[in-house]
Design a protein around this ligand. Sequence first.
Ligand SMILES: NC(=O)c1ccc[n+]([C@@H]2O[C@H](COP(=O)([O-])OP(=O)(O)OC[C@H]3O[C@@H](n4cnc5c(N)ncnc54)[C@H](OP(=O)(O)O)[C@@H]3O)[C@@H](O)[C@H]2O)c1
Length: 255
Amino acid sequence: MKTVFITGATAGFGEACAYVFAQNGYRLILNGRRTERLESLKENLEKEYNTSCYLLPFDVQNRGDVLSVINSLPEEWKAIDVLINNAGLALGRDSFNEANIDDWDTMIDTNVKGLLYVSKAVVPFMTARKKGHIINLGSVAAKDIYDKGNVYCASKAAVDAISKAMRIELLPHGIKVTAIHPGAAETEFSLVRFKGDEDTANKIYDGFTPLSAADVAAIIFYTTTLPGHVCINDLVVTCTQQANSIYFNKDGKQG
Ligand SMILES: NC(=O)c1ccc[n+]([C@@H]2O[C@H](COP(=O)([O-])OP(=O)(O)OC[C@H]3O[C@@H](n4cnc5c(N)ncnc54)[C@H](OP(=O)(O)O)[C@@H]3O)[C@@H](O)[C@H]2O)c1
């Protein structure tokens, strides 16, 4: 049975990936900070599918925890076939003058440093087996910088660069690296970004039909189904009413 390790599995893309991979015969290592959500996800997945889940609740920002917890995985769970570096967030949408520096720190510590720490711990398991697939969640925000997106865009541009670097460095080890760059998707992302302000969060999706978490999870899973000699390096996906991180057609919801 193949093993997938998903960071940020308590909501959004990560949770949707957990269902898709479980449906397709994977067993799962699931991370996130909200332990209760992880426990109920494990219960549901194990009940619904013929799979097993190993929970690793930690904050990806905490370097010590990330390295020690991943290294303490039982040997049989270290055979990780797919790592999905998904945990991430935007906090605030403010100009440089107005932005909160703590928000900047959290975005960089989670989206960039967290992804590096998890990868640093998992890559040795993959190089030892001479196989594996790392999937990093970037964003269209990495490709086109938008107004007041400053540090979030920068953190995702870093994910883009790190993915390219991994692809080069892991080439001799037979490890695939795929960066997925979604556009607007309706998850808890905007609620987190606007710190629980539901009205502002919901307005983000006014006038168009965004991607769903399930849309993105299906594409992530697809990248793992290709033959061994084929690797998608970089994939940008938006809903049909979005051209890039700036241009939308907000003429009304589709479908
Ligand atoms: N939704 C979009 O429009 C969109 C577009 C492009 C890219 N993305 C990227 O896609 C990824 C997933 O976003 P989403 O839309 O699914 O958002 P979401 O619904 O808010 O889910 C984010 C997940 O990340 C986890 N997480 C956040 N900080 C963490 C930390 N310090 N340690 C461990 N886990 C942490 C959260 O779990 P806990 O809170 O339980 O820790 C949650 O499971 C992010 O990297 C995001 O930047 C999103």
